[in-house]
Design a protein around this ligand. Structure first.
Ligand code: SAM
Length: 292
C-alpha cells in the first residue's frame, strides 16, 4: 500500500494494521470502508477536499470530502444511465446543459452522439475536472479535446438564474445534497432551471438511493410533478453507491421516455442497452408504493 509522503491525511483515511482504509461516513448507523492500494492525490479547493485513490475492489476513485463519487469499475453505469436516457427521450437534442458532472463522465457519454451540437458543463469546482482528466481517463475520456464541450466553472445555481430557453436537455449530475450541492435539490433551483429549458425540453437528476434516501426521492418527484406534465423515476444498480440501487428522475415538457426511440442508442455502451432502457422504468413495488 502506498500513501502520499509527508502529508497529514484527512480523517476519513484511517490506518488499520498498517493498511490505509477510506471510511465513508454514510449515515449515523452506517459507514462504508474500502481498502486503499494507493492515495494518488489529496488536494483542497475552496469548496471541498478532492482525492484520487486506487482501491482494491473499485480501482481508481474520485473522492470528494471523503465520499466516493465515481469509480473506474462501475462509474460507467451511473454515467450512461443519466446521459443516454434523456438523450434518447428527446427527439432532436442539440444543446445540452450539465450542472456538476466534474468527473466528466456525463460529458464523455453525451459526446458519443454526433447529433449533439453543444454541451455546456457548469461545474463549481475546476479542481475536480483537472484531477479527473489527469487521473481518471477511463471515466473522463477525451472531453478536453471535444470542441462541442464548453467548461464553465461557476455555481450552477447562479449560472441558470437569467437563462432563457436555451437548452433541449439539462442533466443535474450533482454530488449528495450537502455543501454546495444542497441547493441543487431545492424547488427554487428546479423552477429557475425550467426557464433555461426549451418548450419541448426535459431535465434529469440523480435522485439518490430509493432505499436510504426515500425522502429525497419523494420530494424530488413531488416538486417536479408540480412543474412538468411527464415525470418518471428510473433505476440502476451502482455497486459503489450506498445500497447499490440508485434512482434518477426525468421530468419532461413534451417527450415521454416510455416512448423513446431506443434504436438510436449509441453502440458504445457497457451497461445500457435497449432492454435496460425500457426495464429501468419498471420500479420495484416498494418504491412504486411510496411514490404513488
Ligand atoms: N456521480 C456522482 C454522484 O452521484 O456521486 C456525482 C458526480 S460529480 C463529481 C458532482 C459534482 O457536482 C462535483 O464535482 C461538485 O463539485 C459539483 N457541484 C456541487 N455543487 C454544485 C453547484 N452548486 N454547481 C455546480 N456544480 C456543483
Amino acid at each position: 500500500m502506498k500513501k502520499m509522503k509527508q502529508m497529514v491525511l484527512p480523517k476519513y483515511f484511517k490506518e488499520i494494521d498498517g493498511e490505509i482504509w477510506l471510511i465513508e461516513d454514510e449515515r449515523e448507523n452506517m459507514k462504508l470502508s474500502y481498502r486503499v492500494k494507493e492515495i494518488l492525490s489529496v488536494s483542497k479547493s475552496i469548496f471541498q477536499q478532492v482525492s484520487i485513490i486506487d482501491t482494491y475492489d473499485f480501482g481508481r476513485c474520485l473522492v470528494l470530502d471523503g465520499v466516493i463519487q465515481t469509480t473506474q469499475i462501475d462509474g460507467f453505469i451511473y454515467n450512461e444511465m443519466i446521459s443516454h436516457v434523456p438523450l434518447l427521450t428527446h427527439k432532436n437534442p442539440k444543446n445540452v446543459l450539465i450542472i456538476g458532472g466534474g468527473d466528466c463522465g456525463v460529458a464523455k457519454e453525451l459526446s458519443k452522439y454526433s447529433t449533439v451540437d453543444r454541451i455546456d458543463m457548469v461545474e463549481i469546482d475546476e479542481l475536480v475536472v483537472q484531477e479527473s482528466i489527469k487521473s481518471l481517463p477511463e471515466i473522463s475520456g477525451d472531453v478536453h479535446k471535444d470542441s462541442r464541450i464548453r467548461f464553465i466553472f461557476e455555481d450552477g445555481v447562479k449560472y441558470i438564474k437569467d437563462k432563457k430557453e436555451e437548452y433541449d436537455i439539462a442533466i443535474i449530475d450533482s454530488s449528495d445534497p450537502i455543501g454546495p450541492a444542497e441547493v441543487l435539490f431545492s424547488e427554487g433551483f428546479y423552477v429557475d432551471l425550467k426557464k433555461s429549458i426549451k418548450e419541448d425540453g426535459l431535465m434529469v437528476c440523480q435522485s439518490q438511493s430509493p432505499v436510504f434516501h426515500k425522502d429525497i426521492l419523494i420530494k424530488t418527484q413531488n416538486i417536479l410533478k408540480k412543474h412538468y406534465p411527464i415525470v418518471n423515476t428510473y433505476k440502476a444498480v451502482v455497486p459503489s453507491y450506498p445500497g447499490g440501487m440508485w434512482s434518477f428522475t426525468l421530468a419532461s415538457l413534451k417527450y415521454n421516455p416510455l416512448e423513446a426511440c431506443v434504436e438510436n442508442l449509441s453502440k458504445d455502451t457497457k451497461y445500457i442497452n435497449k432492454e435496460i432502457f425500457r426495464s429501468a422504468f419498471n420500479l420495484p413495488s416498494f418504491i412504486r408504493e411510496y411514490l404513488e
